[in-house]
Design a protein around this ligand. Structure first.
Ligand SMILES: [Cu+2]
Length: 96
């Protein structure tokens, strides 16, 4: 009688993949309309203020349009407060 060869990986070939999901807040893109930004100093002040709250945030400032676009997992209110605390006025917020 011939023995059946055994495979260490399993006869049926099932290879279960276990996915571990990291509980991470989803990143959002938020647009702030900000009053009071007038030069590159303002741009870096706003950018720094936001990065102080979320070091991983991506910040884009359109000086001419008075628009700050932030990609961040931080709460919108936290980001708004950061801009306010830096001395600028958030006049509108839009979540994308
Ligand atoms: Cu300035």
């Amino acid at each position: 009688m011939l023995g059946r060869s055994t495979c260490l990986l399993g006869i049926d070939g099932h290879n279960p993949i276990i996915r571990i999901s990291l509980q991470k807040e989803p990143e959002m893109t938020i647009e702030f309309n900000v009053e009071g930004m007038s030069c590159q100093h303002c741009v870096s002040a706003v950018t720094h203020a936001i990065r102080e709250r979320d070091a991983a945030a991506r910040v884009q400032v359109d000086l001419a349009a008075g628009k700050v676009t932030v990609e961040s997992a931080a709460p919108v209110q936290t980001l708004k407060d950061a801009i306010d605390d830096a001395g600028y006025t958030v006049v509108a917020v839009a979540n994308q």
